[in-house]
Design a binder for this molecule. Sequence first.
Ligand SMILES: *Cc1c(COP(=O)(O)O)cnc(C)c1O
Length: 421
Amino acid sequence: MDHFELRNGELYAEDVPLARIAAEIGTPVYVYSRATLERHARVFREGLSMLPKAHLAFAVKSNPNLAVLKILQREGYGADVVSGGELERALRAGMPAEDVVFSGVGKTARELLRGIEAGIGQFNIESEEEGRELAAIAEAMGASAPCALRVNPDIDAGTHDKISTGKADNKFGVPIDEAPGIYSRLSSLPGLDMRGVAVHIGSQLSDLAPLEKAFTRLGRLIAELRAAGLKVSHADLGGGLGVPYKAGEVMPSPAEYGEMVARVTKDWDVTLMFEPGRVIAGNAGILLTSVVRVKRNGNRDPFVIVDAAMNDLARPALYGSWHDFDAVRPTGAKMTANIVGPICETGDTFAMGRHMDALEAGDLAVFRTAGAYGATMASSYNSRGFVPEVLVDGDRYAVVADRIAPEAIADAERVPDWLLG
Ligand SMILES: *Cc1c(COP(=O)(O)O)cnc(C)c1O
């Protein structure tokens, strides 16, 4: 459920007409709904309410905007970060360092050091090599870094290949059969406080079965580690719950997910940790765009050319993803068209042969479900600058990220003296 709805024939974000935002801020522009973010944060938490101990860490990479992070911080969420930049954002948003989990296969020595210095709650270690490096850095600082070992359970999450992370040939985590040896060796290092295990098998999961399989394997590993006399007080179950991208599509609910987790983990006796991203932010944002022109194409489907492009919303070009596309002022008339951006790449295509609201040059439209992996994946390809982000709260809104003009990006570039004159 979200708060982007038609009122008197016109699309609103909560109580603000999207046409007003387009007129005042310009397009393209990302628009987020505070009420939707809060609702999703609460529904996810309620879904897990039967668990004795649960720690929620919002996956910052899905939407790192500081205002979005602030909303989640106020909802009691910590952060799952995958870079030093995300760590600083979480801290800036007021998330307590101890509520921050640091994931990722390529944390640099500098990032590890910064995490220790900031006092983050948990490093999710993705290899023995990383664990040894972190141990050395922590020991030199007289610290002991709280860690979980991320395991790769070798499970096909049944999602897009590029967002699957739990298969044996993916780069993430250590093979689950090697985990006991690695956990034991890392536990003996004074710089580490090995406290648990972690798993994250992929994103946009439409089926709970692969998650259940992964968690069951993790449960067996926990029993094995304890049998070997090792301490396990935390288990991080990652993120990955899918969201509906098409009207009418049904995804597992947080309540169904929570019921499954409660059943599988009932004997674990650990603090469970979760790293939801998309399920919180996905449907809480849209990308508002204008039609530049409609290019008729003989008797083929016309091209509806919008002012948003693959650099602003990369998912269709990257993963072939579907985003519902609706007119801001639908007339009831329909057309079948190809929706494309202005970038000089055939990949800059949002949809082919889409049955959609009829649109003409100058009309406004939205790509829905753009609140996660939207603005955060933007680039300035074709020197298009960065799209601004707006947060709506009831009948008010604020610009929470400025538009960055192509000129501002060019200002950071230099032509060396020896190329001049
Ligand atoms: C991306 C990521 C998440 C969030 O995934 P969603 O599908 O957005 O919930 C959680 N944990 C890790 C380690 C990730 O890389």
